[in-house]
Design a protein around this ligand. Structure first.
Ligand code: UD1
Ligand code: UDP
Length: 352
């Protein structure tokens, strides 16, 4: 069997690392990796392949830094050529980025079967590019690998029971990755405070709205008077905070780090404050409270269980939530994302 994996953005490398490890156990499966090039800085791409020993991509399309239409269109054009030449049995796509929709659309139009990992998630906010990407990808995929029961129910509510698509709750491949790679965690080469908050900010809904971004940075600056904040900064946000001249003096802003360093930061921080999807779950995997700087989350079970507080981009709400969550004793002893065998379930299913 031949699988073509389409990846291009940081969280997809981490998810694909777990699944590629599983594929490698099957001598009868050939994996061809297509890197769209969406993320391209060494610390946003290469470091993950190197650290997590993801096989070197067979193709790198080098498509990035474009508008949504241009990026997706150019990716589709190149992916189509590869699919015609390689004739895979399956195309495997992850998550909700432009690389995801480009891969799934190119494949389905050629009648090549598509498997979507991290299917069924919804924010119910159609202004998010990710929501559009995941809704379309789910609808045109042949197998939907859902990480949670909530994701399965979202699909049922959209009438998927009447659509010829296989839906499987396999758990979250990010848990597979966290469990496998946690022992390899590595201190970043920076001076780390003894106690600190780990923060990341990159979502378009925050970075592209000066009011929201200003409020978030003001809140973080205020909180950093109580406890240091370490902020590995996505290049998107780095470019923008320069333009807006935001208050960042008290924050320990560092370059994006590799996954091993990120795990070290997760293991050693007191709390996470983020707008990242992946980091919200990883906070839970590493038993750290999380404040989510968004108006909605796809990972609602974290909020329902009190592990995560959704605060949006309101300065006062962020500070209030910090004070509440910082003092709270939380018991994280709950299995929300499966048991670490999601990748195995995915590959066994594709191999049937
Ligand atoms: C993308 C995903 C988002 C995901 C995020 C993970 C889409 C629509 N969005 O957002 O869902 O949460 O990846 O990190 O696919 N840039 C660099 N160097 C890099 C990567 C990006 O400078 O290595 C710059 C680009 O030039 C661009 C900006 O960052 O100007 C945004 O990159 P893009 O890939 O379009 O979207 P992300 O914000 O990374
Ligand atoms: N991550 C990382 N280094 C960083 C920031 C994030 O390794 O400097 C990892 C993080 O641990 C998680 C994934 O990247 O596994 C999440 O990616 P991101 O926040 O970029 O995207 P999202 O999950 O929001 O789509």
């Amino acid at each position: 069997m031949k699988i073509i994996t389409i990846i291009g953005a940081r969280p997809q490398f981490i998810k694909a690392a777990a699944v590629s490890r599983e594929i490698a156990k099957h001598k009868d499966i050939e994996e061809i990796i297509v890197h769209t090039g969406q993320h391209f800085d060494a610390n946003m791409s290469e470091i993950f392949f190197h650290q997590m020993q993801i096989p070197k991509p067979n193709y790198n399309l080098a498509i990035n830094s474009l508008s949504h239409g241009a990026m997706t269109g150019r990716m589709m054009e190149k992916i189509e050529k590869i699919l015609l030449a390689e004739k895979p049995d399956w195309v495997l796509v992850y998550g909700d980025t432009n690389s995801t929709i480009a891969g799934s659309l190119a494949a389905t139009k050629l009648h090549i079967k598509v498997a979507h990992v991290e299917a069924g998630l919804r924010s119910f906010n159609m202004n998010m590019p990710e929501e559009i990407n995941r809704i379309v990808t789910d609808r045109i995929s042949d197998i939907l690998f859902c990480p949670t029961e909530t994701a399965v129910n979202n699909l049922k509510n959209e009438g998927y029971e009447n659509i010829k698509t296989k839906i499987i709750n396999c758990g979250d491949v990010m848990l597979d990755a966290a469990l496998f790679y946690a022992p390899m965690s590595k201190k970043p080469q920076i001076e780390l405070p003894e106690k600190f908050i780990l923060s990341t900010i990159h979502r378009a809904e925050n970075t592209d709205d000066p009011q929201r971004l200003k409020a978030i940075f003001e809140a973080l600056s205020e909180i950093s008077k109580q406890i240091p904040i370490v902020l590995p900064l996505h290049p998107r946000t780095k470019k923008i905070i320069g333009n807006y001249k935001l208050e960042t003096t008290n924050l320990q802003i560092i370059e994006p780090v590799g996954y091993f360093e990120m795990v070290h930061l997760l293991q050693n921080c007191e709390m996470v404050m983020t707008d990242s999807g992946g980091l919200q779950k990883e906070a839970c995997f590493f038993a750290k409270p999380c404040i989510t700087l968004r108006d909605e989350t796809e990972w609602v079970e974290l909020v329902e269980n009190g592990f995560n507080k959704l605060v949006g981009a309101d300065k006062n709400k962020i500070i209030k939530a910090f004070n509440e969550m910082f003092l709270k004793k939380i018991n994280f002893n709950k299995n929300l994302y499966g048991n670490g065998f999601a990748s195995q379930k995915i590959i066994n299913e594709l191999n049937k």
